[in-house]
Design a protein around this ligand. Structure first.
Ligand code: 13P
Length: 255
């Protein structure tokens, strides 16, 4: 069975001090939860301090991006070996905000993904359609294109290490969550796509998170869907109370 994974994407929020305070609070509140995987993805500037607080806790550490070269003249970029040196385990790749504001494409997603895998980071690869694409009836075409491009040249064994996050762009930060049925429909499509690109066993193993206005009160309904295996949470992951409630509301859902 696929274990639920709840990850908090802090985006460009929290200073070093705020980050330390937050993870201390979080650690205490969920110390005994083993049933779901829990991850926080602070900005680069807080990774080192958050790592120290999370030592020997049940909370994993993720970054929000990486560059595909290991080192060199790439001003402003951060590489996989640098993240590994801070014991970062996960890395978000291809978030829609990076696609929208920083010219991320399926080709650059693919390069980042290969670097993450090469260095043993667990990639969380984001895909999802915009409102215009959904309204034009192009959701499945967009998702298929993103899967084919982003996952190009990946083996079945590698695919099993990757987490996908379906984040409909129209649901991010808007308060408009996809209904559990809308999300499930796309998650099932993604799994069928993985079956075509890889094989049945791989498709059955890959965890697919949902992201887009996940809140404590919609968590249970979303996580109850057969092909939804977790959440990538933005706004509601910034407050300990709401993130803890999302984690707690994800427990016991699949049993
Ligand atoms: P919100 O939860 O704020 O809608 O953000 C979702 C997201 O983009 C997570 O990566």
């Amino acid at each position: 069975m696929r274990k639920i994974i709840i990850a908090g994407n802090w985006k460009m929020n929290k200073t070093q001090i705020e980050a330390i305070e937050f993870v201390n609070q979080l650690k205490r509140a969920i110390a005994d939860i083993q049933e779901v995987d829990i991850v926080v993805c602070p900005p680069f500037t807080a990774l080192a301090d958050v790592k120290d607080v999370l030592l020997e806790s049940n909370i994993g550490l993720g970054a929000q991006n990486l560059f595909w070269e290991d080192s060199g003249a790439y001003t402003g970029e951060v590489s996989a070996p640098m993240l590994k040196s801070l014991d970062v385990q996960y890395v978000i790749i291809g978030h829609s905000e990076r696609r929208q504001y920083f010219q991320e494409t399926d080709a650059t997603v693919n390069k980042r993904l290969k670097s993450a895998l090469k260095h043993g980071l667990i990639p969380i690869v984001c895909i999802g359609e915009t409102l215009a694409e959904r309204e034009a009836g192009k959701t499945f075409v967009v998702i298929k294109t993103q899967c084919l491009g982003g996952l190009q040249g990946i083996s079945s064994e590698e695919m099993k290490k990757i987490i996908l996050a379906y984040e409909p762009v129209w649901a991010i930060g808007t308060g408009k969550t996809a209904t559990p049925q809308q999300a499930q429909e796309v998650h099932a499509f993604i799994r069928r796509q993985l079956q075509e690109m890889f094989d049945e066993e791989t498709a059955a193993e890959v965890r697919i998170q949902y992201g887009g206005s996940v809140k404590p009160d919609n968590t249970n309904d979303l996580m109850s869907q057969p092909d939804i295996d977790g959440a990538l949470v933005g706004g509601a992951s910034l407050k300990a109370d709401s993130f803890v409630d999302i984690i707690k509301n994800s427990c016991g859902v699949k049993t």
